[in-house]
Design a protein around this ligand. Structure first.
Ligand SMILES: Nc1ncnc2c1ncn2[C@@H]1O[C@H](COP(=O)(O)OP(=O)(O)O)[C@@H](O)[C@H]1O
Length: 272
């Protein structure tokens, strides 16, 4: 982790690309920690609305590693009234990507504060989203696995429009009730809404970038800019493709199986 934070920090100056290039060509390679001696270093990829946050957060609880979502870092910065706030709000509300420089600076600060608290390993959600981000990450960390979550595009839009957050407890819910018929040999998909408890009901808010026009733009940008990142990891043999079969009750056990974690909790409690 120390090497990651140090190197990512070195890439955040104004001449960031030339520095990044120098890091990777002339500097000694960062010290790599034997994967057996550290926690997992995983990445979650997938279109807006696919459920990266939901599954990355569940796995982070199971594996006791931090779930680091760059979208959350951006929203935190947005709400902080800091110097970047107004610049970021314009970009995010148009569904565009924040610059690699800003996103790496936010991620770097998050990793540094985690490291100071003794965190090791991570599940990254929403990063990398460009080939440049993937190359920078590859220069500083050994990613063990990249999980690519997939859902049909019509469902993604409905899921984004149904997303709600409790303004008090911060938990995420979804009021969309999905019932897509199967077609062309593809099975249908049923996803029940994830409704909030009564005490959150009156405090629900919608993300300002979850409007139909902005979600469509985010999907377009994902296909254009972020999908090549899938190929980046596929060609390195690190990509696990996972088609979500339905809502959380159907998908979670299957995801654990695909990750060879289906008996993880039993093994962990047996070893304790
Ligand atoms: N890795 C990244 N690179 C550039 N911009 C990012 C990145 N991660 C998050 N953002 C910005 O934050 C917004 C929200 O991100 P996120 O919560 O991950 O949304 P989504 O639901 O589209 O997956 C993005 O639309 C983008 O503007």
């Amino acid at each position: 982790m120390a090497a990651i934070t140090r190197l990512i920090n070195r890439t955040t100056s104004s001449s960031y690309y030339s520095l990044a290039r120098r890091c990777f060509t002339h500097a000694p390679p960062p010290q790599r920690v034997d994967p057996k001696q550290r926690n997992v270093q995983w990445v979650f990829l997938g279109c807006p609305g696919v459920g990266k946050g939901t599954y990355a957060s569940r796995l982070s609880n199971l594996l006791a590693v931090p779930h680091i979502a760059t979208g959350d870092l951006v929203r935190h910065e947005l709400s902080s009234d800091g110097p970047l706030s107004s610049q970021l709000s314009e970009i995010v509300n148009q569904g565009k990507l924040v610059s690699d420089e800003i996103i790496i600076s936010l991620l770097s600060a998050r990793l540094a504060s985690g490291e100071a608290k003794g965190e090791s390993g991570f599940i990254l959600d929403g990063f990398p989203r460009t080939i440049k981000q993937a190359e920078i990450l590859e220069g500083v960390a050994d990613i063990d696995l990249v999980v690519n979550l997939k859902l049909r595009e019509e469902i993604l839009l409905e899921k984004c429009l149904g997303r709600r957050i409790c303004s008090q407890c911060g938990k995420n819910f979804n009021v969309a009730s999905i019932n897509m018929k199967g077609e062309n040999g593809r099975p249908g998909t049923v996803m029940a809404p994830l409704l909030p408890p009564a005490h959150c009901m009156s405090k629900l808010i919608t993300r300002s970038d979850d409007t139909e026009a902005v979600v469509k733009e985010r999907l377009r940008i994902y296909n254009e800019t972020s999908q090549p990142v899938e190929e980046f990891y596929r060609s390195r043999g690190k990509l696990l493709e996972f088609d979500l079969p339905g809502g959380i009750p159907e998908s979670w056990p299957k995801l654990l199986q695909a990750l060879n974690l289906d008996d993880y909790e039993e093994k962990r409690s047996a070893a304790a």
